[in-house]
Every structure is written in C-alpha cells, then in structure tokens.
Write a protein that binds this ligand. Structure first.
Ligand SMILES: N[C@@H](CCC[C@H](N)C(=O)O)C(=O)O
Length: 299
C-alpha cells in the first residue's frame, strides 16, 4: 500500500440520504488513513459524507481474506471520523449498486443480475445483496442478536431525559429506545449517554423510535463515528426487531415473517424478519456524482 501523489477517483452515493464517498481501490493500493477519511468526509473542506466505502477485491485485502468466502469484493467501511465499523446496511446496498454500475459484476446471468444474490464481504462477514424490480436494493443482513433477558438492559439519556433501551447486535452494536416524540431526543449534536458504559465497550449506535401504525415505525439515529445521520440500515433492522418483540411478534415462534416499514429522516426502508431469523433490508441506492480527490485530501 502506498500514499498517493495522484488524484484518486471517487463517486458519491446514498441510501435514503445516508451518504457515502465511494473509493474504488480494486487492487488494494491505497493507504486510507483515519485522518484522510475524516478529511474526505468533512462537509465543508472535503467531499462530505457519513462514511467512506473503499471498494477492494477480497483477495487484495488482508483483513478480508479470512472472512470473504466466495465474495469477490470487500466493503472496507469507515465512519466519517475515520473509525472502522463492522457493517453498514445502507452502505452495502450502495456498494453493490456501484459494483453493477461499474460493470464489476455481471448483469443478467451471473451473481449481481436481477433476482440473484451477490455476496459482499464485510467485517461482520459475508452479506448477500439482490437488485429488485423498480430499482430497490435488498440485502440479507443475517440474524439479529438480542440479550437473553426479556427486559431492556440499558438506558439511553439525552440531557435530563432518559429511556430504557434494547441492545441489538446487527454485526454492529445498537441501543434502541422508544420515545414519545422524535423531538424528545433534542438536537443530538453529542452522542447520547448510554449506561452502563460497559455494555458497549466499542461504542454504540443509538436509535430513537416512535410508532406510526401497525408494523410501521419512524426513527432518528445517532451513529457511532458519524453523528446524527439521515438513515441507518443496520439501525432500521435493529429497530424493526425491537418493535416486533415489543408488539409480541416473534417470527421464529409465529412461523411467519414480520414486515416492518421504517421511516427515517431521509426516506423509507422495509425490514423483513423471517422465521429462520434472517432479516432483509430493502430500499433505494443512488449514485449522484463522480470526480477525483486531490492528493492533499488523502494526505
Ligand atoms: N449507516 C450504517 C451504519 C454505519 C456504521 C455505524 N456508524 C457503526 O459505527 O456501527 C448503516 O446503514 O447500517
């Protein structure tokens, strides 16, 4: 890996306005430091984004080799502050959309064609992505992991207000709090306080949720490493599972899928939890621009 002295191509994309700078680096030549990621994601002095998606062949990325399986491509996801995260639900949908846009996966007959599942390696393991009719991108997120007990075990606080929250692991950590009104969470400039701190030694994404109707919720999210964002795919899945359990639904017990509509500030996602535990996340993925990053941004 080397530090670049040449402009580096990038694209910009988003999924329900969770926005990413996509950096194609198929052979893994780029030394993308945390400081460089933070400069690129800066909304005034950089391109701006909630995170970076570095697109690298699994075979060219030491971090991916052990976990990539059959996945040719590895999503090297970074938060806006430069930190690494295990998984990004909107990011992996935008990542797959980019692969198809760039002709890096075949359209129609091989993995990546309409209706077929494209494996993508992430730090949380392989996730499979499918392009649906109408332009939506579906990702099989695997199963949620919940704490053993029935009651929320953690507390989320903003200023003087606090709420019980459910811990949900979607490959990355979430704390889901049901609130009376999404405005109750205030301006969310700072990370909400979560207690006990030992519950999330590597930090946590915090979702605030309200009911909108039967199997229909809305959320705001404060993301670890990125601040408040307009959407979070793993967060939407965590919220759907929390809403299902709260409403007495458990697909494994009931033998039928639970489908939840999750409104986010940047649009709408659909989350389906199947009786075998698998969760799918469906929503749009959009590319909006491309250009080059100046070497000074990369450092
Ligand atoms: N926005 C993403 C989640 C990105 C990672 C998260 N900030 C973390 O640190 O775990 C999504 O769509 O899931």
């Amino acid at each position: 890996m080397s530090t670049t002295t040449q402009p580096v191509p990038f694209l910009k994309g988003h999924g329900t306005e969770n926005d990413f700078v996509i950096i194609p680096d198929p052979e893994g030549r780029l030394d993308l430091t945390p400081a460089a990621v933070a400069r690129i994601c800066d909304r005034r002095a950089g391109v701006g984004g909630d995170g970076v998606l570095r697109v690298v062949r699994s075979a060219a990325e030491p971090a991916a080799r052990a976990l990539a399986g059959e996945a040719e491509w590895f999503m090297d996801y970074r938060n806006a502050d430069g930190s690494v995260a295990e998984m990004c639900g909107n990011g992996v949908r935008v990542f797959a959309h980019y692969l198809r846009h760039a002709g890096l996966v075949k359209d129609g007959t091989a993995a990546g064609g309409a209706g077929e599942w494209l494996p993508v390696a992430t730090r949380a393991g392989v996730r499979r992505v499918r392009f649906a009719e109408g332009g939506d991108v579906v990702v099989d997120m695997g199963a949620a992991r919940l704490p053993a007990g029935p009651e929320p075990a953690v507390t989320v606080a903003v200023g003087e207000r606090s709420w019980p929250a459910l811990q949900v692991d979607m490959g990355n950590p979430h704390a889901v709090a049901f609130v009376g009104d999404l405005g109750d969470a205030g301006r969310l400039f700072d990370p909400p306080a979560v207690a006990p701190a030992t519950a999330f030694p590597a930090g946590v994404n915090v979702e605030f949720v309200v009911d909108r109707g039967p199997r229909h919720v809305a959320l705001r999210v404060h993301e670890r490493g990125s601040g408040e964002t307009r959407s979070c795919g793993t967060g939407a899945c965590a919220v759907a599972v929390a809403a299902a359990r709260r409403g007495g639904l458990d697909p494994a017990r009931d033998g039928e899928p639970a489908v939840h509509t999750v409104d986010v500030p940047g649009g709408r996602l659909v989350v389906t939890e199947f009786p075998n535990g698998t969760i799918t996340l469906t929503g749009p993925a959009v590319l909006v621009a491309e250009g080059t990053l100046e070497p000074a941004l990369l450092g």
